[in-house]
Design a protein around this ligand. Structure first.
Ligand code: URA
Length: 197
């Protein structure tokens, strides 16, 4: 069994926070183990909880269209969430739930070793760009320790706020170019490196 399949089995059995008591199915994530692109959303909604698959509702339909706009299907990328179980009534996950779940996403990143991590929405933004605001940094890639982090608005945001649709579409269209320039893209000096000076 591949490392990622084994990990998804462990995630499916996780009972490390309260959300385990309310879920229908765990939503570990899906895609190829050697994916160049890892998209990270927030948490499963009702549809995802029913099916055990990420982004299968209305936001997922838009994500599929966005991927198609750059010639990709969802089978060619890895799609995961910060939180693997649905918070009841789609409430915001609690900090303790995010902490309990973070090991799973960290392990997914270690195994997949994506070239680009695309953050979708506020929880993955907060994980990789703490303290920063999406309206300022969306569509601006940053390379750090050989991974390009690329913040985007959540696809569901366009469903609530039509004006964001074009912004999300334009940000997605940049991804092929970022991938093509991945090797040449300079590393950012990050806070951790600065501490070493
Ligand atoms: N929204 C998310 O952030 N993730 C899903 O899987 C579905 C909707």
């Amino acid at each position: 069994m591949s490392a990622l399949t084994e990990l998804c089995k462990q995630i499916a059995n996780c009972r490390d926070c309260e959300l385990a008591n309310y879920r229908t199915k765990v939503v570990p994530g899906e895609g190829p183990e050697d994916a160049d692109l890892l998209f990270i959303g927030e948490a499963p909604g009702w549809n995802e909880d029913q099916q055990g698959r990420p982004f299968v509702g209305a936001a997922g339909e838009f994500l599929d269209q966005l991927l198609a706009s750059i010639g990709l299907s969802r089978e060619q990328v890895y799609i995961a969430n910060v939180i693997k179980c649905r918070p009841l009534q789609n409430r915001d996950p609690l900090p303790a739930e995010i902490r309990a779940c973070s090991k799973w996403l960290d392990r997914q990143v270690e195994i997949i070793q994506p070239k680009i991590i695309v953050t979708l929405g506020r929880y993955s933004l907060a994980k990789y760009f703490p303290g920063e605001g999406i309206s300022k940094i969306h569509g601006k890639p940053r390379k750090c320790d050989n991974v390009v982090y690329y913040p985007m608005y959540h696809p569901a945001a366009a469903l609530h706020q039509g004006s964001l649709r074009k912004i999300i579409e334009a940000d997605m269209l940049q991804i092929p170019q970022i991938l093509a320039q991945y090797e040449k893209m300079p590393e950012e000096v990050n806070a951790r490196q600065l501490e070493l000076f």
